[in-house]
Design a protein around this ligand. Structure first.
Ligand code: DAH
Length: 355
């Protein structure tokens, strides 16, 4: 019997056994792999005498086709069996009751951050970010905050090492430093984010949110600051006119410094912004201190500008009638369901800015 016939008989025999997919694949490579039996036969064609060449080649091709067809149909067969087994297991029972569908809500703080970013972006501010874990230099020293300043006290600040070199940022102001260190003036940015202080009661929580603002250019003065804040407060509370007052204050990183109050009254149990004669403090601000500019290598004789820091949680509480700050961080789904925002609802003054 010729070699080709022998190969055929032997493999027909082998293939008649009950085989699994990996065994068939092994046979396939024994036959048709680079050094497989069929492949080696093809390599021998050159040494077959001329008068037998034609027959040898045609026999070889026939056996090759036959075995290949057989192997492929076996593989198909086994794959089908496996697919059917899988389908059997994954059968969908359409009679089962549907699962409860809970749609998530946007947290009021996230919503407020989106609204604030959107309003400031309308007047040319871009959004910057900084890390929650900050170094002492960016958080205090570069911001002209002296060693003996009460903000540096352990009672106020969460230090992360004994040497007090790293800490959880106590305000978003270090983003001013980071922004000015990495770029050249002018700067016109806001920086919303989480901030931390060792404080906890109905109106203070150890983690809270601020948005920092910074505008540095050649001719920026307090009038610009006032105009910008006036515009922001009106847009944010969606009112035509507001009452706003600047109260002299002190921050080491601004000179002069001010705190801003807005006028409000309570009518029918609801807070009305822009009316009445009650005052509520909502932010700190001022003209950036020349020492801060010097610390970030900006020449204070050429550039100047304003900065502000707004408490985001306070604004969210005011706008959405939430009276306990702690609820923001309780992770109570029922609360979120009530005060949260539908992701598909577009708020009235939301202009589609995505963070
Ligand atoms: N960083 C201040 C705070 O947390 C708020 C603040 C005041 C920020 C004045 C400023 C500013 O940028 O100019 O109390």
């Amino acid at each position: 019997m010729s070699d080709i016939k022998k190969i055929k008989e032997e493999f027909l025999n082998k293939l008649s056994d009950k085989l699994d997919l990996s065994e068939i694949n092994e046979i396939k490579s024994n036959l048709f792999g680079k050094n497989g039996l069929i492949s080696s036969q093809f390599k021998m064609i050159g040494s077959v005498p001329d008068n037998e060449k034609k027959k040898f080649a045609s026999d070889l091709n026939n056996v090759k086709d036959e075995l290949q067809d057989l192997i492929n149909s076996k593989i198909d067969e086994l794959q089908n069996i496996e697919i059917n087994k899988k389908l059997e297991k994954e059968k969908i029972d359409v009679t089962l009751p549907e699962r409860n569908f809970i749609r998530g809500k946007i947290h009021p703080v996230s919503q407020t951050i989106d609204e604030i970013s959107s309003i400031f972006s309308e007047i040319g501010f871009s959004v910057e970010e900084g890390p929650d874990v900050e170094n002492e230099y960016n958080n205090f020293t570069a911001l002209n905050t002296p060693d003996n300043h009460p903000a540096r006290d352990m009672h106020d600040t969460f230090y992360l090492d004994e040497k007090k070199e790293t800490l959880l940022r106590t305000h978003t102001s270090p983003v001013q430093i980071r922004t000015m260190m990495k770029d050249k003036p002018p700067f016109k940015i806001i920086a919303p984010g989480r901030t931390y202080r060792s404080d906890s009661d109905q109106t203070h929580s150890p983690m809270f949110h601020q948005v920092e603002g910074l505008h540095i250019d050649k001719d920026i003065n307090m009038g610009h600051l006032k105009g910008c804040l006036n515009y922001f407060i009106k847009e944010f509370f969606e009112v035509e006119k507001i009452k706003m007052r600047f109260r002299p204050s002190h921050f080491p990183f601004t000179e002069p410094s001010a705190e801003v109050d807005i006028g409000y009254e309570i009518k029918d149990g609801k807070i009305k912004i822009g009316e009445g004669d009650q005052w509520l403090e909502i932010l700190g601000c001022g003209m950036v201190h020349p020492n801060v500019l010097k610390n970030v290598k900006v020449d204070p004789t050429k550039f100047q500008g304003y900065a502000f820091g707004i408490g985001i949680d306070r604004l969210a509480m005011l706008k959405y009638g939430i009276n306990d700050l702690r609820a923001f961080f309780d992770c109570d789904y029922r609360w979120l369901n009530h005060f949260g925002f539908d992701p598909l609802d577009v708020p009235t003054n939301y202009r589609g800015l995505s963070r």
